[in-house]
Design a protein around this ligand. Structure first.
Ligand code: TMP
Length: 234
């Protein structure tokens, strides 16, 4: 098998015979706490690729520009070649995770407005939270690009919230990444899956996301399968 151009915790990126396209391959690995916890779950890559493709197709149909070209098979997608902006963009609709830990806030408070956050993608420094001025000063993006990211991300949040509600799931928070094509166009990239979102059942608040692995409170594969089943049966 060819050597990946890039290997992340859960995915590999391969060159193709087209200079402006990549193949992304989903692995079965799961990590948490910046790699402190690591395990493999047979079939996780297939589930995340399947779920993410359905979501990217929905977003494309709603007018969001993404890296997606086509799903190649269960584990691989063909995407536009982009340079990923070194920012993790996070939206919070309900308090959870690092927001609660950092600020001493209870989990589960519904926020009056979505919170837009950015982290600097840098494992050595633990992906620190940064603001717009930091991102501009570090030349991670321009002011205009950050304004675009905020607007686009809030649109994506509205679309995702409505989408998951159809399946009786509340979108608590999520992380997305953007990339820049060689033409300088910023598009949504990476993945959107239960690895990158917090999803709670509307009635019971049961967790349907990677928190079952982070917190050892459930079976990751059964949880992700349940998300996909909801998405396929409604
Ligand atoms: P956090 O509460 O740990 O900051 O996470 C917020 C959201 O971002 C949550 O849905 C999980 C997602 N996320 C990732 O996808 N990758 C990451 O590396 C981190 C820290 C969070």
């Amino acid at each position: 098998m060819a050597q990946p151009l890039y290997e992340g915790k859960a995915k590999q990126v391969f060159a193709t015979d087209k200079s402006d396209e990549y193949i992304i391959h989903y692995k079965d690995d799961a990590t948490a706490g910046n790699g402190a916890k690591h395990d493999q779950f047979a079939g996780k890559g297939v589930l995340n690729n399947t779920i993410s493709c359905i979501i990217f197709e929905m977003l494309e149909a709603a007018g969001i520009k993404t890296h997606m070209i086509e799903k190649v098979n269960e584990r691989d997608i063909r995407v536009k070649k982009v340079t990923i902006l070194p920012l993790e963009v996070i939206v919070r609709n309900i308090t959870a995770g690092s927001f609660c830990k950092r600020l001493g806030v209870e989990e589960g408070i519904v926020l009056d407005e979505p919170i837009f956050e950015m982290s600097y993608k840098n494992d050595d420094y633990g992906d620190p939270l940064i603001n717009d001025d930091h991102a501009v000063a570090l030349k991670l993006a321009t002011r205009d690009e950050i304004n675009f990211l905020r607007e686009e991300t809030l649109k994506i949040n509205a679309l995702l919230k409505e989408f998951f509600l159809k399946f009786n799931l509340k979108l608590v928070d999520f992380k997305i990444e953007f990339g820049k094509t060689d033409d300088g166009i910023i598009v949504l990239a990476d993945e959107i899956s239960p690895d990158t979102c917090r999803l709670w059942d509307v009635e019971t608040n049961q967790k349907y996301d990677k928190d079952v692995f982070r917190q050892d409170i459930g079976d990751l594969i059964e949880t992700y399968k349940a998300v996909l089943e909801r998405m396929q049966t409604k």
